[in-house]
Design a protein around this ligand. Sequence first.
Ligand code: BES
Ligand code: MN
Ligand code: ZN
Length: 489
Amino acid sequence: MKIAATESRIAQIDADAIVVGVDDKGNLSKEALEVDQAMGGTIAVLVGRKEITGKLGELTVLHAPAGIRAGQVLVVGLGSRDNFGCGEAFRAAATAARRLAEKKRKRVAFCLGDGWSERCVEAGICGAMSGCHGQDLYRREKNCHPFDEIQWNDGYEAVLKAGQILGETVNLTRQLVNEPPSRIYPESFAAEAEKFAEEFGLGIEVWDQPRLEKERCGALLGVARGSARPARLVILSHRGGSADDPVLALVGKGVTFDSGGLSIKPSDGMQTMKCDMAGAATVFGAMQAIARLELPVNVIGLAGLVENMISGDAYKLGDVLVARNGKTIEVLNTDAEGRLVLADVLDVAVERGAAKIIDLATLTGACMVALGIDVAGLMTNNQDWCDAVLDAAEACGESVWQLPMFPEYGEQIRSKVADIKNIGEGRWGGAITAAKFLEEFVAGKPWVHIDIAGPAFLENPKPWMDAGGSGALVRTLVEIARNWQNADA
Ligand code: BES
Ligand code: MN
Ligand code: ZN
């Protein structure tokens, strides 16, 4: 998809549609005013009649407008000026794009960025690009038609380029999540990473089954045992800083399908479990963006890729696994597999010299019970590091909320047979007992765990996004990497 600047005279823009904005006080953006003047004041009349209120994401289509070369004008509500940030920029542009993508259109001009910050322009372009891509990968008759070209009215070339990179990498994450598990399994998923690592100059290591055994990744391999598909561990590296600069580690759960194993999930709960690799897909998207933006920082991205299946050789309840860091784990539920996979990957991140760690995982249904489906849960062993992550998410307009890590929760995962067990006592506080488990593998390094079980995958569409993979937190991870050079790690 091409991203270009618009022609300066709005009435002359040669596009299938022009998107303009109105805030919730009925103020037209500079470009909306220009369009409205050319059209003879229709938008102002509609605002006067309260037909257009400017509520965030409100859409009003004006077909075949007089005085304008473009085929239609789409007026999108921008909401309140005071609360306007990257999240609103993303949503406004994405909502407009999603509506327009219902039909085939070659060129859409977005004239929204009236004094928007550079970050808002980037988020807006990213929103426009994700709004016109959907989950209909294998439908012959598409629901969603990506535009050939997006034009943006405001912003330097570097900002347009950065917006395009964010859009492409958010869409990469979404697509990887939306692909069926018959196409994305550990080996093919690692191959996708190899492809883009080569293209964008990222270092990459892929550990196959023999290497994983040699590296004593007993927890990850325990999960993988029930599957006919061998496991992989991927290590991507971006060396944008100097050799002695601190390393930021991003770690993702990549369970390419979660049947639950012998603690099998009911069919309803299993239906969407192709999404259980979203953490890894998010890390891959962010790593690609970090490389393409040429950020002057050192970042490694690690992903543990397995399928959680059932066979005569599947791991069992009562099994004791020895994790890479030597800790022994009693398995009491094979559906609590994500933490087992992450246990070994976190240990590799520590060994590779991570100064600070963030992991992302569709880890627990309990996190969705606690926070709902739209908000990711944050858990940490280091409040300063968590604050940095909270700030980045806020700046990007992505919803996250911190959950407590009182020591008492840790008592619940003590085992009588092994060092720890892979579930808590009963289901209460399940998101936190899972995080307490992970904490056992970060060797005291500053670490933030992000449970994305809710927001990573939309069961129902939003006005601004199709159902399926959402790409949630890719932009936040990039923001964290952008701040990393100033961080005193
Ligand atoms: N992948 C699931 C968590 C999940 C649930 C993600 C719904 C997305 C949507 C995870 O592996 C899992 O099964 N967790 C169990 C843990 C329990 C057995 C302690 C859960 O949440 O029920
Ligand atoms: Mn599971
Ligand atoms: Zn899982």
